[in-house]
Design a binder for this molecule. Structure first.
Ligand SMILES: [Ca+2]
Length: 426
């Protein structure tokens, strides 16, 4: 129905011009341009007047909140900052401090906090389609890996207990649990949260990076939640040189969402994934810590931690990119034995973007750009990067707005007030 979209409050500005004028023109009879004024049916005249009214109302509406160039995310008795989410239209920044979620407005005012879980809340992303914040949440001992789905609109005061609030729901990810808990050496024993073991399929340590974006191979289509595995650092095995990315369509996730219960972890979640993809970067310390889809470049960005004991065959860049349009190709997952031990496992491989620094021996591309504690594009070439600091129990985060340069050696520079002026002029 054409008129349904006119009443959609989520639409930016007035799109009635496109939605209504088209049908009005098509309602004209041949030759009507030179003849008497065409007769419009009453419903269309009503829609036309409604559109004019909406245009006048929006002309007087307050302008969008201006994103800050820098912001401090407060000091908290927690572990370090793990990721951020930005509600650009609402004007809010959400920070994950592992066991605490802090919400600030663009002016730097603390709006509220959510606490009450002992698991590891990692990277976050804001979903403008439902106004909620999605974050990875791990309970390794329980082999329980969740997406926390948080209604950020309700985070309006400090100290909200997530376990007693309807704001905080969780969806279990069986695919992750199976790979994490895989007894790969077949000794009948799963070694648990340990890096130095042949167990954990692909080296899976759980999950961290999350971001909404199009299905891999496309720049359009439904926005899928993409979840990156954590990967243990382990130089003594060859089956952990890929990043693993899962895609989920969250459209029907309300059926899985449950309150968090740490004493009795639930297993309500989608049995199947929309897709499972592999990116050969070389082994990393805890995999993709921050994942972000940038609409402006139509690219995925993957940020990893510094490597303490690297495999010498790989370049160990800190940030990688994948073009959204890059078609996943089925091929051999180098170093991963096929199930049954005969040959190499096959999987859907994603090539890295042909940009940035290049490691000639492997062909791996990337940047020496730190972004593993918070990375969020906000459009028009601008990205937020968060960096944590402070002693244990007094952790803070500094957020900086950066502008993409395309320079292989220095892909970002600090954004300026002129960049913000350009943003608001668009
Ligand atoms: Ca084992």
């Amino acid at each position: 129905m054409q008129h349904a979209s006119i009443l959609d409050p989520a639409l930016p500005g007035c799109s009635c011009r496109r939605e209504v004028y088209g049908p009005l023109r098509s309602a004209r009879v041949p030759g009507a341009l030179r003849g008497p004024a065409p007769h419009y049916p009453p419903m269309k005249r009503f829609l036309f007047l409604l559109c004019l009214l909406a245009g006048r109302l929006s002309a007087g509406a307050p302008s969008a909140p201006v994103p800050p160039l820098v912001q401090n995310g407060g000091t908290w008795p927690t572990s370090h900052v793990q990721g951020i989410a930005v509600d650009v239209r609402g004007g809010f920044v959400y920070y994950s401090f592992t066991t605490l979620l802090a919400k600030y407005d663009f002016s730097g005012k603390l709006v509220g906090t959510l606490t009450g879980w002992a698991g590891h809340l990692g990277d976050l992303d804001f979903n403008p389609r439902d106004g909620r914040v999605y974050g990875s949440l791990e309970y390794k001992k329980d082999r329980a890996f969740y997406i926390a789905v948080i209604d950020g609109r309700g985070v309006d005061r400090v100290g909200i207990d997530a376990t007693r609030s309807e704001l905080f729901r969780t969806v279990f990810l069986p695919e992750v649990a199976q790979d994490y808990a895989a007894d790969l050496n077949g000794d009948g024993k799963f070694d648990g949260d340990v890096a130095k073991t042949p167990d954990h399929r692909y080296g899976c340590s759980g999950i961290d990076g999350v971001s909404f974006g199009p299905p891999f191979g496309r720049t359009d289509g439904p926005r899928l939640l993409t979840v990156a595995y954590g990967i243990y650092a382990n130089t003594s095995r060859s089956d952990n040189d890929h990043q693993v990315l899962l895609q989920y369509d969250t459209a029907d996730w309300s059926r899985y969402e449950r309150p968090l219960s740490e004493s009795a972890p639930h297993h309500s979640g989608p049995a199947a994934v929309h897709g499972k993809y592999f990116v050969r970067t070389g082994n990393t310390t805890y995999g993709v810590q921050n994942l972000a889809y940038d609409d402006a470049q139509q690219r995925w960005f993957l940020a990893v931690k510094p490597y303490t004991a690297p495999k010498p065959a790989f370049p160990h860049y800190r940030m990688f990119a994948i073009e959204a349009r890059t078609t996943p190709v089925r091929g051999a997952l180098l170093g991963v034995p096929a199930p049954g031990g005969d040959g190499t496992e096959q999987g859907l491989l994603l090539a890295l973007a042909a940009d940035g620094l290049k490691h000639d021996a492997t062909g791996i591309r990337g940047w020496n750009q730190e972004a593993d504690e918070g990375l969020q594009p906000i459009g028009h070439g601008l990205f937020y990067v968060a960096k944590g600091s402070g002693p244990k129990g007094k952790q803070t985060a500094d957020l900086t707005l950066l502008r993409w340069t395309g320079d292989a050696a220095r892909p970002f520079v600090p954004a300026t007030s002129a960049d913000l002026a350009n943003l608001s002029a668009r």
